[in-house]
Design a protein around this ligand. Structure first.
Ligand code: SF4
Length: 352
């Protein structure tokens, strides 16, 4: 086993991908990249990272930006609380730390949205702190290398991973070693790996015991909840009404058409028309002209079935919750919206 760190670092020097955040020691840039990559594949995250750094090159510029501008840059990446937290954390850095990111994982953990993984990644890469980073890729790799019987997501499993990885890291450069661990999990020890070409196969317990496909141990998956969204795309002259989503559910702070959520599917067109008309009133005529196909949008523990219905009114509509604001079609494209709404807007269902 004591050859493993050397082999791992040798592999990393030869195989690591060239990525912009690996060519800097700027803690701000590393922090942004780590937050983007939390739930996003590197290929997709790369473009977002470049655009985000172009829009907000410093923590001061991020802190001073309106949250809508930050959400707009994030549009399509999902898990929007990451963007809101980044924005708030940037304001914390400016107001509490004089605009300089704190240099230890303990202090970094005090920033909004910064958990143990991100704090460890920034502190080890930018400040060479001896702390290991544990993400899903590291969990998978270490679980297999040592044939762990614990679920790495449990408290005991996590502790075991930290202990094993710390022992392996030894006196190597912490940032380099952490990146090698994560990259090995991301590129070589993938969910269905080719162990025959693995430089660590002679040291891997899971390979020796033929347990690669069984590890890491996982608890039962959470059940996926089906949700049924019916959007009223209300049009009067050249305006459409949208509202901003509130706290306590998905997509907080993003804009969408007024929504009716139901516990089951509404298949009948006239029933749907009546249900949508409960969202608003108008002194003039109201006509539901068309409804989209069903858009299926899958989130971590939710499956959303969404239908968008275009409704024409002959007078200004009044919305029941008073929360909807009129926008022209071109103004809508400036608003931060969920990927679901974005798919609809680009589908051509609305003809401005
Ligand atoms: S031998 Fe297979 S399971 Fe073991 S570390 Fe290599 S890729 Fe992962």
């Amino acid at each position: 086993m004591n050859r493993v760190p050397d082999i791992l670092l040798e592999w990393y020097q030869q195989q690591a991908r060239t990525l912009p955040w690996r060519e800097t020691k700027d803690p701000y840039a590393i922090w942004i990249s780590e937050i983007i990559l939390q739930q996003t594949r590197v290929n997709q995250g790369l473009d977002y990272y470049r655009r985000f750094m172009e829009a907000f090159p410093t923590v001061q510029e991020l802190a001073a930006a309106p949250v809508e501008a930050v959400l707009k840059q994030w549009q399509g990446l999902g898990y929007y609380s990451r963007a809101r937290n980044l924005h708030q954390a940037a304001q914390q850095v400016v107001s509490l730390y004089g605009g300089v990111l704190p240099g230890s994982s303990e202090e970094l953990l005090k920033l909004k949205g910064v958990g143990p993984y991100t704090a460890a990644a920034v502190a080890s890469i930018a400040f060479s702190e001896r702390v290991v980073t544990v993400d899903g890729n590291v969990n998978r790799f270490i679980s297999r290398l040592f044939s762990m019987a614990e679920d790495p997501l449990s408290a005991r499993g996590r502790q075991e991973i930290v202990t094993l990885a710390s022992a392996m890291a030894g006196q190597f450069s912490p940032g380099l070693f952490n990146q090698a661990l994560m990259e090995f999990g991301a590129l070589q020890c993938i969910p269905h790996p080719d162990c025959e070409i693995c430089p660590l196969k002679n040291y891997c317990e899971a390979f020796r015991l033929d347990l690669v496909s069984e590890l890491p141990v996982r608890k039962k998956k959470m059940k996926v909840r089906d949700r049924y969204f019916y959007y009223a795309v209300v049009r009067f002259q050249d305006q459409y009404w949208l509202r901003q989503r509130g706290a306590g559910d998905i997509w907080q702070g993003l804009y969408e058409f007024p929504l009716l959520e139901t516990g089951s599917e509404i298949a009948d067109f006239s029933e749907l028309a009546s249900a949508l008309e409960t969202l608003f009133s108008s002194r003039g005529s109201i006509s539901l002209s068309s409804c989209s196909e069903v858009y299926v949008h899958v989130l971590t523990h939710q499956k959303i079935h969404a239908v968008f219905c275009v409704i024409q009114t002959s007078e200004t509509p009044q919305f029941i919750d008073n929360n909807a604001t009129p926008y022209s079609f071109s103004e809508i494209s400036e608003l931060p919206v969920s990927r679901l709404t974005d798919r609809y807007l680009h589908s051509g269902w609305i003809n401005p």
